[in-house]
Ligand binder design. Structure first.
Ligand SMILES: *[C@@H]1O[C@H](CO)[C@@H](O)[C@H](O)[C@H]1NC(C)=O
Length: 228
């Protein structure tokens, strides 16, 4: 019995240890070998890198590490059918100094009653800080357990990497603003309603009918409501 248990334990070790090492290696964007790698946004696009090529470090200036991309309020009501809009920094467009640093920032504008609908960031964990307003946030884990919290200005919440989450401005009279930090320069975003109902080309109708237990009319109504 004891020998069998020891064998089982060592088998478990053989399987779990490499898995653990693999997970540790995969945790965030790759480590940097330089102090910084200011994105060379003018570099020829013929070279495909995991990130952007760097300019000569001697040419780096303070402005490369600064951005005003998050200073401007956007118009969430006209941006999406959900009443939210997100501005995410990117090394190519707004923050070249963040290239290869494994981070991005996002400003989320929420209209009164607006929602950033359930979505996930495949490559980043996120910490969201409410700058203004009252925002109900939450995420579902892979066991479909839901964690929610009502945040006031100055309060923050973590969305673990890849988990489906939302932000809802519970105030129907005032807008809300959320500032997020993400631990990838390319977090990616997949909105659940759009992944199901607004793909190009469209997901076969039977799949949507069967997945959501709805009929063809429901499918078309949802697609129309989502601007399709
Ligand atoms: C939504 O945000 C994006 C990114 O900042 C911006 O380009 C766009 O103009 C915004 N849309 C509206 C309607 O404000």
């Amino acid at each position: 019995m004891r020998a069998a248990a020891a064998r089982a334990a060592s088998t478990t070790h053989r399987i779990l240890l490499p898995l653990f090492l693999f997970a540790a290696l995969c945790e965030s964007d790759p480590d940097l070998l330089l102090d910084y790698c200011v994105a060379d946004t003018a570099a020829a696009a013929s070279l495909h890198l995991n990130g952007l090529p760097c300019i000569d470090p001697a040419r780096a200036r303070a402005e490369h590490f600064a951005t005003s991309a998050l200073s401007r309020a956007t118009n969430p009501s006209s941006a999406t059918p959900f009443g939210f809009n997100a501005t995410v920094t990117s090394p190519a467009a707004s923050l070249p100094g963040a290239n290869a640093q494994g981070l991005a920032m996002a400003r989320v504008d929420l209209a009164p009653g607006g929602v950033a609908p359930p979505h996930s960031h495949p490559r980043a964990s996120e910490v969201a800080l409410v700058l203004a307003g009252s925002v109900l946030v939450g995420f579902a884990d892979t066991s479909y357990r839901l964690y929610t919290q009502l945040l006031r200005a100055g309060e923050a919440f973590v969305f673990p990497r890849g988990m489906v989450h939302f932000m809802y401005n519970v105030d129907v009279a005032a807008p809300a603003v959320v500032l997020s930090g993400l631990n990838s320069q390319s977090p990616g975003a997949q909105l659940v309603p759009l992944s199901a109902f607004r793909t190009e080309p469209r997901m076969p109708e039977e799949i949507l009918e069967k997945a959501f237990k709805i009929n063809g009319q429901d499918v078309h109504r949802i697609q129309r409501n989502l601007g399709g």
